[in-house]
Structures are given as structure tokens and as C-alpha cells.
Design a protein around this ligand. Structure first.
Ligand SMILES: [Zn+2]
Length: 235
């Protein structure tokens, strides 16, 4: 069964997961596909096995900034399934991959009958809120260079070390001008942290990239461990 490739589904007891399995299907996540428009309805819940889903706040005038990143450690759509199924943000596939998917209506029925599913998904939403809050603080106070390094480390952890990415897209995700991204990316290249060739970024020195990153992602990760792996403690 591929479903346990998603961390949240892997946390469910085997008998619970086998009750969910007939309603789950596996789909490809296609780069650029929009899973939800801002204030649009969300009819499905996605549990990625690989790839990255971005939650993006759109501003008047066409600006946008990423406030949350969802990979194999999370899901998108569960909280919307519990309520009016409306998305607060624009939600788009940033790195292709695959996911287990279930209809929002069916997941709501399951959450009503299986408290262990509801409890797990509420825990994740609490974590996701913490990530969004940390990102808001990060965007306000940390430099573009520190934020870009943080972002690259997070991408690396979720999607591996060969990331298809245009600078235009990166600038949009970070809410900064394209020229700022170009300046910082060439600085990172000169210092041997990354290579950037034909729209693909590769981290050459992960330790140094972590050192140059602000501490926001590490804080978010340690919060995740506190929520889901309280016995393990911090690394
Ligand atoms: Zn930061």
C-alpha cells in the first residue's frame, strides 16, 4: 500500500488506515496545477507522498507570497472538509509528485466516526498554523538571503536535492522582486552553497546553507516533532 508514504497516514493504526483505503485514490501532482483558488471550494483532501504544495496569499495588484509549504509530512484540505470547504488561500503545486486523495465529504464522515482520524488532522492543522505564523514573522524581519537559504533547506528536506525552480517563481513565493532573488542566488553560487543551471537549483553545501538560513524552519521542525513525536525530543 502506498498510502503510508504520507507521514500522517502512516501514523494511523493499521485497522483505521485499512478502513480509509477504499476511499483513497492515488494521483499525480502536476507542477503548476491549482488545488484551490482563494475563497474557492475545496472538494478533495490531499496527502502528498512526494512533491510540494504551496499555500499562497494573494494581494490586491497581483502580488503573492507563500505562507505555508505542504509535503509528505502533511495534508491539504482536511479543515476545509470540516466546514464550508472554502480555501483561505491560493493553493498550487510547486514541485510535482504524487498523493493519496479522498473526497472532502467522505473524509468528513470518517472524521465523525473515527476520532483518531479527527485528532490527528486537528494536530496537523495546529502545526500548520504555527508554520504560517512563523512564516509571517520571518517575512517581516529576516533578510532575503536568510529566507532563501531557509526555503532551500526546507525544499531539500521535502523534495530532495535537485529542485526545478525558476527565479521568477522563487521571487513570487518569497514576495520579493526578481532582481533581489537574482542577486542573492548569484551570491550563494559564488560562495559554493548552490548551483543554479537551466531552471534547476542544487544544494552543494547543505551544512553551509543551513548556517546561512534563519532559524525559522528549524523552529517549525522542532514544533512538528513536539506535536507528533513527543517522546523523541529535540535533535
Ligand atoms: Zn526566518
Amino acid at each position: 500500500m502506498q498510502h503510508p508514504q504520507n507521514f500522517l497516514l502512516s501514523r494511523l493504526p493499521a485497522d483505521v488506515l485499512s478502513r480509509l483505503a477504499p476511499d483513497l485514490s492515488i494521483i499525480d501532482l502536476i507542477h503548476g496545477d491549482v488545488l484551490a483558488e482563494t475563497h474557492g471550494r475545496v472538494e478533495k483532501v490531499y496527502f502528498p507522498h512526494s512533491g510540494i504544495i504551496s499555500s499562497v496569499v494573494e494581494t490586491l495588484g497581483g502580488g503573492a507570497i507563500e505562507t505555508g509549504m505542504i509535503g509528505k509530512d502533511g495534508e491539504f484540505g482536511a479543515m476545509q472538509a470540516l466546514d464550508e470547504k472554502l480555501s483561505l488561500n491560493h493553493v498550487v503545486i510547486q514541485v510535482p509528485g504524487s498523493a493519496s486523495v479522498i473526497s472532502s465529504d467522505r473524509l468528513r464522515e470518517i472524521m465523525d466516526t473515527l476520532p483518531v482520524v479527527r485528532g490527528l488532522l486537528i494536530k496537523y492543522e495546529q502545526f500548520f498554523l504555527a508554520q504560517v505564523q512563523q512564516t509571517a514573522a520571518c517575512n517581516a524581519i529576516h533578510t532575503v538571503q536568510a529566507r532563501m537559504c531557509k526555503w532551500l533547506v526546507r525544499m531539500h528536506d521535502l523534495a530532495g536535492n535537485d529542485i526545478p525552480l525558476t527565479q521568477e517563481f522563487l521571487a513570487q513565493m518569497m514576495g520579493v522582486r526578481r532582481t533581489s532573488v537574482t542577486t542573492v542566488a548569484s551570491e550563494l553560487q559564488k560562495s559554493g552553497l548552490i548551483s543554479y543551471v537551466r531552471g534547476r537549483i542544487r544544494i552543494l553545501d547543505l551544512d553551509l546553507t543551513r548556517q546561512w538560513a534563519c532559524h525559522c524552519d528549524a523552529d517549525v521542525r522542532s514544533h512538528y516533532r513536539r506535536v507528533f513525536e513527543p517522546d523523541r525530543g529535540d535533535d
